[in-house]
Write a protein that binds this ligand. Structure first.
Ligand SMILES: O=C(O)CCC(=O)C(=O)O
Ligand SMILES: [Fe+2]
Length: 210
């Protein structure tokens, strides 16, 4: 198991186990163009227990990947829960169940997998990409991201060129990318020189989308 950062006591002191509120009536959609949209529900899951439980309890993996002639560390820690696998915390099961209630009519299927990322500090990041491994390369889909812990910037840009969109994702915020977003737009979480604490993001996806 990879080393995880120490948590600030203030985050551990937060109270209440998160039980997600109904999304109906709370989600705001922004149409991006090219068939893509993003939904946001700020402060959806703000209870304090889930974040430290994930940071400390998940078997985080460090990954390495080839880059030019070298093999480099992927600058974040990862975990993945496939279809039928139990999620690491009941709060995540409850979140997924509410996401399914809200998005299943539009998506036509359940969110079957969960990817977890731990950004230990501002040096951890993810470069521009679309989640285009699998069906999302050709089909419309939904990728729902729950952001926990430190606030980080989340960028979106159209593949065809044009201005990018900057969002700040704070503790408990939900961001959902939908429609053609994974193939017509790219997203990134850039590094920051600001002193930021750890952040966990949970990406809920349909089966066969990565
Ligand atoms: O951490 C995030 O909010 C984004 C993660 C992401 O884009 C991915 O893992 O595919
Ligand atoms: Fe992604």
């Amino acid at each position: 198991m990879a080393a995880v950062p120490a948590l600030q006591p203030s985050l551990l002191d937060l109270v209440a186990d998160p039980s997600p509120e109904a999304l109906a009536g709370r989600v705001e959609r922004r149409v991006l163009g090219d068939g893509a949209w993003v939904d946001r529900c700020p402060g959806w899951l703000t209870g304090g227990e889930l974040f430290p439980a994930l940071v400390e309890g998940v078997a985080w993996r460090a990954e390495r990947r080839p880059m030019y002639e070298r093999v480099v560390d992927v600058p974040r820690l990862l975990a993945f829960y496939g279809p039928g696998e139990r999620l690491p915390e009941p709060g995540l099961e409850a979140a997924r169940s509410e996401l399914d209630t809200y998005y299943r009519p539009e998506l036509g299927e359940a969110l079957a997998t969960a990817g977890l990322c731990l950004y230990r500090d501002g040096r951890d990041s993810v470069a521009w990409h679309g989640d285009t491994i699998g069906r999302a390369a050709k089909e419309d889909t939904v990728v729902a991201i729950l952001s926990l812990g430190a606030t980080r910037r989340f960028l979106l840009r159209p593949v065809a060129g044009g201005p990018s969109l900057r969002l700040d994702l704070a503790h408990g915020d939900l961001l959902v990318m939908g429609g053609s977003c994974q193939r017509t737009w790219q997203h990134a979480v850039p590094k920051t020189a600001r002193a930021v604490g750890p952040r966990v993001s949970v990406q809920f996806r349909a089966r066969g989308v990565r």
